[in-house]
Design a binder for this molecule. Structure first.
Ligand code: ADP
Ligand code: MG
Length: 215
């Protein structure tokens, strides 16, 4: 499969659509253990990213430019902590595909893994700390492991989507070591982390994109 800037325009539009549909739900999750704005933040960020990427001329802009453009737009649109985290994710994806006019399967997978790595490094969070890393890390690992054992891109993302969903569910039983929720101690047990929930949505959107592009 070959992924062009035009495809990435479609990908960012898909993500924005899916996040927008879950905006209220994400705000509710954040209302329980944070300040209730996570749906608004992700919606604003994804919408801004999709718009900025859509405005690029795909004949002129390489995939790296699409990711970097998304990063800037997301950062400018979001004041909450998810802003710099996703901006870093998209910057790292851009760096991972630097100088490539279009992306093959492996390059797209590397860009995806770079997003997880970027979020982890920017937030200095490890799995188990009740953050979006609990969805991103297992998803990236599942995809990379499957790829190493010869799976197709589609299979890799099917596994990534599942790992993200399970990782998100697992945050329910955790206390938080990072972010606002870390001030609430045991009171956050029983609640899913909003950032892990939005991460699972974004990863599911990427998976649907891969499924669609795969025919
Ligand atoms: P804010 O907490 O500033 O209102 P958001 O509501 O947009 O920001 O995002 C909250 C989410 O951000 C949390 O649910 C968590 O998943 C994620 N998060 C917070 N701090 C970190 C961190 N240091 N590393 C990774 N993710 C984090
Ligand atoms: Mg919040």
């Amino acid at each position: 499969m070959v992924i062009t800037t035009k495809d990435l325009q479609r990908l960012f539009a898909l993500i924005a659509e899916d996040i927008s549909a879950q905006r209220g739900h994400l705000c509710e999750l954040d209302g329980a253990i944070g300040d209730g704005d996570h749906g608004l933040a992700m919606d604003a960020g994804c919408e801004a990213a999709a718009k900025a990427v859509a405005a690029l001329d795909p004949a002129q802009a390489a995939p790296t430019t699409a990711f970097n453009t998304a990063a800037k737009a997301f950062l400018n649109a979001v004041g909450a902590s998810s802003g710099p985290l996703y901006a870093t994710a998209f910057m790292r994806a851009g760096a991972a595909v630097k100088d490539r006019p279009e992306l093959g399967d492996e390059e797209f997978l590397r860009a995806f893994a770079a997003m997880a790595q970027g979020i982890e490094e920017r937030g200095k969070a490890e799995p188990g700390e009740k953050t979006m890393v609990d969805a991103w890390r297992p998803a990236a690992d599942a995809a990379l492991e499957a790829w190493a054992s010869g799976a197709s891109l589609r299979e890799c993302f099917d596994l990534a989507e599942r790992a993200a969903r399970l990782g998100c569910e697992a945050t329910r039983d955790m206390t938080a070591a990072k972010g606002r929720a870390s001030r609430l101690g045991d009171r956050v047990i029983g609640h899913i982390d909003p950032g892990a929930a939005s991460a699972a949505i974004v990863i599911a959107s990427i998976t649907n994109f891969v499924r669609g592009a795969d025919g």
